[in-house]
Design a protein around this ligand. Structure first.
Ligand code: PRP
Length: 251
Protein backbone atom coordinates (compact mmCIF):
# COMPACT_ATOMS: atom_id res chain seq x y z
CA UNK A 1 0.00 0.00 0.00
CA UNK A 2 1.47 3.39 -1.00
CA UNK A 3 0.56 5.97 1.64
CA UNK A 4 -0.71 9.19 0.09
CA UNK A 5 -1.82 11.14 3.16
CA UNK A 6 -0.78 11.18 6.78
CA UNK A 7 -4.39 10.62 7.87
CA UNK A 8 -4.84 7.61 5.62
CA UNK A 9 -7.47 4.99 6.30
CA UNK A 10 -5.15 2.08 7.02
CA UNK A 11 -5.23 2.45 10.74
CA UNK A 12 -2.89 5.30 11.64
CA UNK A 13 0.88 5.58 11.97
CA UNK A 14 1.36 5.99 8.20
CA UNK A 15 3.60 8.65 6.68
CA UNK A 16 3.09 10.15 3.21
CA UNK A 17 5.24 8.44 0.55
CA UNK A 18 5.82 5.41 2.73
CA UNK A 19 5.07 1.95 1.38
CA UNK A 20 3.49 -0.51 3.74
CA UNK A 21 2.78 -4.19 3.62
CA UNK A 22 -0.63 -4.81 5.11
CA UNK A 23 -0.95 -8.21 6.74
CA UNK A 24 -4.40 -9.68 6.89
CA UNK A 25 -4.67 -12.32 9.61
CA UNK A 26 -7.37 -14.87 8.97
CA UNK A 27 -8.71 -16.88 11.87
CA UNK A 28 -8.54 -20.63 11.38
CA UNK A 29 -12.27 -20.94 11.23
CA UNK A 30 -14.55 -17.99 10.70
CA UNK A 31 -18.12 -19.07 10.63
CA UNK A 32 -21.30 -18.04 12.31
CA UNK A 33 -24.16 -20.53 12.40
CA UNK A 34 -26.73 -17.79 11.86
CA UNK A 35 -25.19 -15.38 9.36
CA UNK A 36 -26.95 -14.35 6.15
CA UNK A 37 -24.65 -12.70 3.61
CA UNK A 38 -26.58 -10.67 1.06
CA UNK A 39 -26.29 -11.71 -2.57
CA UNK A 40 -27.82 -8.69 -4.33
CA UNK A 41 -26.09 -8.19 -7.70
CA UNK A 42 -26.10 -4.40 -7.33
CA UNK A 43 -23.95 -4.44 -4.20
CA UNK A 44 -20.62 -4.60 -6.05
CA UNK A 45 -21.30 -1.20 -7.66
CA UNK A 46 -22.40 0.38 -4.41
CA UNK A 47 -19.49 -1.01 -2.40
CA UNK A 48 -17.00 0.11 -5.03
CA UNK A 49 -18.21 3.68 -4.51
CA UNK A 50 -18.11 3.66 -0.74
CA UNK A 51 -14.73 1.93 -0.58
CA UNK A 52 -13.14 4.50 -2.91
CA UNK A 53 -11.14 7.02 -0.87
CA UNK A 54 -11.95 9.73 -3.44
CA UNK A 55 -15.70 9.39 -2.80
CA UNK A 56 -16.70 12.55 -0.91
CA UNK A 57 -19.07 12.81 2.02
CA UNK A 58 -22.24 13.57 0.04
CA UNK A 59 -21.72 10.63 -2.31
CA UNK A 60 -20.74 8.38 0.58
CA UNK A 61 -24.07 9.13 2.24
CA UNK A 62 -25.98 8.60 -1.02
CA UNK A 63 -24.39 5.25 -1.87
CA UNK A 64 -24.35 3.86 1.63
CA UNK A 65 -28.05 4.73 1.97
CA UNK A 66 -28.71 2.67 -1.14
CA UNK A 67 -26.95 -0.27 0.52
CA UNK A 68 -28.72 0.27 3.82
CA UNK A 69 -32.18 0.27 2.23
CA UNK A 70 -31.43 -3.11 0.65
CA UNK A 71 -30.10 -4.30 4.01
CA UNK A 72 -33.27 -3.14 5.76
CA UNK A 73 -35.44 -5.14 3.33
CA UNK A 74 -33.23 -8.20 3.71
CA UNK A 75 -33.45 -7.90 7.49
CA UNK A 76 -37.25 -7.55 7.36
CA UNK A 77 -37.32 -10.88 5.56
CA UNK A 78 -35.66 -12.77 8.45
CA UNK A 79 -37.96 -11.34 11.12
CA UNK A 80 -41.00 -13.34 12.23
CA UNK A 81 -43.63 -13.36 9.52
CA UNK A 82 -47.10 -14.73 8.89
CA UNK A 83 -48.68 -16.24 5.81
CA UNK A 84 -51.38 -14.18 4.15
CA UNK A 85 -53.50 -14.66 1.03
CA UNK A 86 -54.34 -11.59 -1.05
CA UNK A 87 -56.44 -11.19 -4.21
CA UNK A 88 -54.67 -9.65 -7.17
CA UNK A 89 -56.42 -7.27 -9.65
CA UNK A 90 -56.42 -10.20 -12.07
CA UNK A 91 -58.68 -12.17 -9.68
CA UNK A 92 -55.98 -14.57 -8.57
CA UNK A 93 -55.54 -15.67 -4.98
CA UNK A 94 -51.91 -15.15 -4.07
CA UNK A 95 -50.40 -16.88 -1.05
CA UNK A 96 -47.70 -14.63 0.35
CA UNK A 97 -46.29 -13.51 3.67
CA UNK A 98 -45.78 -10.33 5.65
CA UNK A 99 -43.02 -9.55 8.13
CA UNK A 100 -43.91 -8.36 11.62
CA UNK A 101 -42.13 -5.10 10.84
CA UNK A 102 -44.81 -4.49 8.16
CA UNK A 103 -47.83 -5.69 10.12
CA UNK A 104 -46.88 -4.57 13.64
CA UNK A 105 -43.85 -2.29 13.49
CA UNK A 106 -44.37 -1.17 17.10
CA UNK A 107 -43.49 -4.73 18.16
CA UNK A 108 -40.04 -4.39 16.62
CA UNK A 109 -37.38 -2.40 18.45
CA UNK A 110 -34.46 -1.03 16.49
CA UNK A 111 -31.39 -0.36 18.63
CA UNK A 112 -28.57 1.71 17.15
CA UNK A 113 -24.99 1.78 18.36
CA UNK A 114 -24.14 5.47 18.35
CA UNK A 115 -22.74 6.97 16.27
CA UNK A 116 -22.49 5.11 12.95
CA UNK A 117 -25.45 2.90 13.84
CA UNK A 118 -27.72 5.94 13.66
CA UNK A 119 -27.19 6.11 9.89
CA UNK A 120 -28.51 2.57 9.52
CA UNK A 121 -31.34 3.15 11.99
CA UNK A 122 -32.59 6.08 9.90
CA UNK A 123 -32.54 4.02 6.69
CA UNK A 124 -34.77 1.47 8.43
CA UNK A 125 -37.09 4.22 9.66
CA UNK A 126 -37.48 5.66 6.16
CA UNK A 127 -39.03 2.32 5.19
CA UNK A 128 -40.61 1.30 8.52
CA UNK A 129 -41.47 4.58 10.30
CA UNK A 130 -43.62 2.91 12.98
CA UNK A 131 -40.87 0.95 14.70
CA UNK A 132 -39.82 1.45 18.31
CA UNK A 133 -36.33 2.88 18.87
CA UNK A 134 -33.59 2.42 21.44
CA UNK A 135 -30.00 3.64 21.52
CA UNK A 136 -26.67 2.71 23.05
CA UNK A 137 -23.62 4.89 22.99
CA UNK A 138 -20.65 2.58 22.49
CA UNK A 139 -17.32 3.72 21.03
CA UNK A 140 -14.08 1.90 20.28
CA UNK A 141 -11.13 3.12 22.32
CA UNK A 142 -8.94 4.01 19.35
CA UNK A 143 -5.95 4.86 21.54
CA UNK A 144 -5.62 1.32 22.89
CA UNK A 145 -4.12 -1.67 21.06
CA UNK A 146 -7.16 -3.88 21.54
CA UNK A 147 -9.66 -1.13 20.53
CA UNK A 148 -11.97 -2.29 23.29
CA UNK A 149 -15.51 -0.95 23.36
CA UNK A 150 -16.42 1.79 25.84
CA UNK A 151 -20.10 1.86 26.78
CA UNK A 152 -21.30 5.24 28.05
CA UNK A 153 -25.07 5.37 27.85
CA UNK A 154 -28.16 3.25 27.18
CA UNK A 155 -31.74 4.32 26.45
CA UNK A 156 -34.09 1.45 25.64
CA UNK A 157 -37.89 1.36 25.64
CA UNK A 158 -39.71 -0.33 28.52
CA UNK A 159 -40.82 -3.85 27.71
CA UNK A 160 -38.08 -4.44 25.16
CA UNK A 161 -37.81 -8.06 26.36
CA UNK A 162 -41.40 -8.63 25.20
CA UNK A 163 -40.92 -7.28 21.69
CA UNK A 164 -41.27 -9.78 18.85
CA UNK A 165 -37.89 -8.77 17.50
CA UNK A 166 -34.96 -6.49 18.31
CA UNK A 167 -32.78 -5.30 15.44
CA UNK A 168 -29.30 -4.14 16.44
CA UNK A 169 -28.04 -1.57 13.91
CA UNK A 170 -24.34 -0.99 13.32
CA UNK A 171 -22.83 -0.74 9.83
CA UNK A 172 -19.43 -2.12 10.90
CA UNK A 173 -18.38 -5.37 12.58
CA UNK A 174 -14.61 -5.38 13.16
CA UNK A 175 -13.37 -7.03 16.38
CA UNK A 176 -16.94 -7.51 17.54
CA UNK A 177 -16.26 -5.56 20.75
CA UNK A 178 -18.98 -2.95 20.19
CA UNK A 179 -21.71 -5.30 19.03
CA UNK A 180 -20.96 -7.84 21.78
CA UNK A 181 -21.13 -5.10 24.40
CA UNK A 182 -24.55 -4.15 23.03
CA UNK A 183 -25.70 -7.77 22.92
CA UNK A 184 -24.55 -8.45 26.48
CA UNK A 185 -26.54 -5.42 27.63
CA UNK A 186 -29.66 -6.49 25.73
CA UNK A 187 -29.52 -10.11 26.88
CA UNK A 188 -28.05 -9.91 30.40
CA UNK A 189 -29.44 -6.58 31.64
CA UNK A 190 -32.68 -6.25 29.70
CA UNK A 191 -33.70 -9.91 29.36
CA UNK A 192 -34.02 -9.97 25.56
CA UNK A 193 -33.86 -13.53 24.24
CA UNK A 194 -30.87 -13.90 21.87
CA UNK A 195 -32.99 -15.76 19.30
CA UNK A 196 -35.21 -12.67 18.98
CA UNK A 197 -32.27 -10.43 18.05
CA UNK A 198 -31.08 -9.70 14.52
CA UNK A 199 -27.84 -7.81 13.99
CA UNK A 200 -28.03 -5.74 10.78
CA UNK A 201 -24.62 -4.85 9.42
CA UNK A 202 -23.17 -3.35 6.22
CA UNK A 203 -19.62 -4.67 6.38
CA UNK A 204 -18.19 -7.45 8.53
CA UNK A 205 -15.09 -9.62 8.71
CA UNK A 206 -14.26 -13.18 9.81
CA UNK A 207 -12.78 -12.09 13.15
CA UNK A 208 -15.94 -10.28 14.19
CA UNK A 209 -18.22 -13.08 13.01
CA UNK A 210 -16.07 -15.57 14.88
CA UNK A 211 -16.29 -13.57 18.09
CA UNK A 212 -20.08 -13.32 17.84
CA UNK A 213 -20.36 -17.04 17.04
CA UNK A 214 -18.66 -17.90 20.34
CA UNK A 215 -20.85 -15.76 22.60
CA UNK A 216 -24.06 -15.30 20.62
CA UNK A 217 -24.59 -18.16 18.16
CA UNK A 218 -28.39 -17.72 18.37
CA UNK A 219 -28.32 -14.07 17.28
CA UNK A 220 -29.02 -13.81 13.55
CA UNK A 221 -26.66 -11.62 11.56
CA UNK A 222 -27.58 -10.04 8.23
CA UNK A 223 -24.52 -8.54 6.58
CA UNK A 224 -24.18 -6.99 3.15
CA UNK A 225 -20.51 -7.96 2.80
CA UNK A 226 -17.84 -10.06 4.54
CA UNK A 227 -14.39 -8.55 4.00
CA UNK A 228 -10.99 -10.26 4.22
CA UNK A 229 -10.00 -9.46 7.79
CA UNK A 230 -8.45 -6.96 10.18
CA UNK A 231 -5.08 -5.20 10.03
CA UNK A 232 -2.84 -4.74 13.06
CA UNK A 233 -4.79 -1.60 13.97
CA UNK A 234 -8.06 -3.60 13.93
CA UNK A 235 -9.35 -1.86 10.82
CA UNK A 236 -11.31 -3.92 8.29
CA UNK A 237 -9.47 -4.66 5.01
CA UNK A 238 -10.00 -3.86 2.24
CA UNK A 239 -12.71 -1.99 4.11
CA UNK A 240 -13.84 1.56 3.61
CA UNK A 241 -12.18 3.46 6.46
CA UNK A 242 -14.17 4.79 9.39
CA UNK A 243 -17.84 4.57 8.47
CA UNK A 244 -19.00 7.07 11.09
CA UNK A 245 -16.42 9.67 10.09
CA UNK A 246 -17.19 9.32 6.40
CA UNK A 247 -20.98 9.29 6.82
CA UNK A 248 -21.04 12.26 9.20
CA UNK A 249 -18.23 14.09 7.37
CA UNK A 250 -15.90 14.36 10.34
CA UNK A 251 -12.67 13.10 8.79
C1 PRP B 1 -17.10 1.78 14.72
C2 PRP B 1 -18.29 1.09 14.08
C3 PRP B 1 -18.68 0.06 15.12
C4 PRP B 1 -17.35 -0.32 15.70
C5 PRP B 1 -16.89 -1.63 15.09
O1 PRP B 1 -17.56 2.75 15.60
O2 PRP B 1 -19.34 1.95 13.78
O3 PRP B 1 -19.53 0.57 16.13
O4 PRP B 1 -16.42 0.73 15.37
O5 PRP B 1 -15.68 -2.03 15.64
P1 PRP B 1 -15.56 -3.25 16.64
O6 PRP B 1 -16.32 -4.40 16.05
O7 PRP B 1 -14.08 -3.50 16.68
O8 PRP B 1 -16.09 -2.83 17.97
P2 PRP B 1 -16.62 3.77 16.38
O9 PRP B 1 -16.34 3.27 17.76
O10 PRP B 1 -15.44 4.11 15.52
O11 PRP B 1 -17.55 5.02 16.56
P3 PRP B 1 -18.36 5.91 15.50
O12 PRP B 1 -19.59 5.15 15.20
O13 PRP B 1 -18.61 7.17 16.23
O14 PRP B 1 -17.49 6.10 14.28
Amino acid sequence: VLIKEANCLHGGGCRPGEERVVVVKRPAKAVHPNVLVMKNAGLINLFTKIRDETTGAAEFVQYSKRIMRLLAEETAAVLPSRSITVHTPTQVRYKGQLSVIDTNPEKVCLVSIIRAGDSLLESFREIFPGVTVGKMWIQRNESSASKEAVHSCTKLPPGIHEMEAVVLCDPMLATGGSSMTALHTLVKEYGVKPERIVFANVISCPEGLDALAKDFPEVKIVTAWVDDGLNEEKFILPGLGDYGDRFFNTT
